[in-house]
Design a protein around this ligand. Structure first.
Ligand code: SF4
Length: 401
């Protein structure tokens, strides 16, 4: 059966290599780069094989990981060419790649620009060396700055910078000085994630052993609030809990698909694909992934078909991440339900508490509500007796460099 779509879909490519593992990160990657060539051949074969049953059109390609910038421009170009060869890529497609500042030179960035990438996501994380050291990053603050300027000089106009805040001991003044430097570099887009202690990571183990202490909740809430105020003042609109853009056209086209129930295909180890109502994900191990492709099998680890209850739960969780919130008309039409009747009581209580607002037929979180996303989603789920079974946000939302 060949699958078709109406809205343009996205393609995600997972490059499973990093120079060194950062202690807070739970994305899949290995530091042995010796499998890079054979991985690349498997990846290109996976794209070709999957394309045989897909007649979608696509307007975004996102090369994430891991650290895609361990690849040189020619290797990235092979991936982009494969996407254009095997899939219907629309003119003007957004072609993004994540860049770790410790892996690029100004020449490499120029070569990336020539390879067809038109949007860069640079994993700055902080402009302070002590924070970068705590996060186990392989680059200095100066290298991060050079990478941003190098990308600008290479001709990239659509540049996003990624930051992490809420580092133990970090004051509001210190975090805002990072944002001040970011604003001076004038990127199109900023992603600001709070430091999370993901299970199984060395940083979470250190937290459990009492070797580090998470910042108190009220301080984290203060930093979240200060981020929004500072960036609004500098011309960046929050369009998702952690994402800010100078204009609607500079939002991440690809990542918006994750929050809007739009299909996407994922390639590479651990990559997730979503062809509603089905989601499936690939084997995590690079070796197992290559082994599957070599034996003529797709490297799919598991598939699940979402029930309507699961789809509603996801629509709430993902819709509430967006500043514009859940489109109530679209929700009613898609699920053949009456959103306001289904969640009447919980909406009333949350509105009274200043945690959500209903405007122009959208249900959105207030800033205060954004801090309580998980609890609020649980209230929706419980109020309508929906089954749980929601994927974690980390699995649904893009990767990080
Ligand atoms: S944060 Fe990025 S660079 Fe660090 S280990 Fe994770 S994927 Fe690799």
């Amino acid at each position: 059966m060949t699958l078709m779509n109406t809205e343009p879909s996205g393609i995600y490519i997972h490059i499973p290599f990093c120079i060194r593992k950062c202690p807070y990160c739970d994305f899949y990657s290995i530091t042995d780069l010796s499998l890079r060539q054979v991985f690349l051949e498997s990846l290109l074969r996976e794209m070709e094989t999957v394309s045989a049953n897909i007649n979608f059109h696509f307007d975004s390609l996102y090369v994430g990981g891991g650290t895609p910038s361990v690849l040189d421009a020619e290797e990235i170009e092979r991936i982009i060419n494969a996407a254009y060869k095997h899939f219907r890529m629309l003119p003007g497609a957004e072609i993004s790649a994540e860049v770790n500042p410790g892996t690029v030179t100004s020449q490499k960035l120029k070569d990336y620009r020539s390879s067809g990438i038109n949007r860069l996501n640079i994993g700055v994380q902080s402009f302070q060396d002590e924070n970068l050291h705590f996060l186990g990053r392989i680059h200095s603050a100066q290298e991060a700055c050079l990478a941003v300027r190098g990308a600008q000089e290479a001709g990239f106009e659509n540049i996003g910078l990624d930051f992490i805040y809420g580092i133990p001991g970090q004051s509001e003044k210190s975090w805002l000085s990072d944002l001040q430097k970011a604003a001076e570099l004038s990127p199109a887009h900023l992603s600001c994630y709070t430091l999370t202690y993901e299970q199984g990571t060395p940083m979470e183990a250190n937290l459990r052993k009492g070797q580090i202490q998470a910042i108190p909740e009220d301080a984290a809430a203060g930093l979240f609030e200060a981020t929004g105020v500072f960036l609004a003042h500098h011309g960046y609109e929050r369009y998702e809990i952690s994402n800010f853009a100078r204009s609607a056209s500079q939002r991440s086209r690809h990542n918006q698909k994750y929050w809007s129930d739009i299909p996407y295909l994922g390639f590479g180890p651990s990559a997730h694909s979503f062809l509603p109502p089905e989601r499936y994900w690939n084997l995590r191990s690079v070796k197992a992934y290559i082994g599957a492709m070599n034996s003529g099998r797709l490297p799919v680890a598991e598939r699940e078909t979402l029930t309507q209850e699961q789809q509603i739960t996801e629509a709430i969780f993902l819709g509430l991440r967006k500043s514009e919130g859940i489109d109530i008309d679209a929700f009613d039409k898609k699920f053949d339900k009456d959103f306001k009747a289904l969640f009447g009581e919980v909406i009333q209580n949350l509105e009274a508490g200043g945690l959500i607002k209903i405007q122009k037929n959208h249900c959105a979180l207030s800033h205060k509500g954004m801090l309580l996303l998980d609890s609020i989603v649980s209230m929706f789920v419980l109020s309508a007796s929906l089954s749980q079974g929601l994927k974690t946000s980390g699995e649904l939302i893009s990767s990080e460099v």
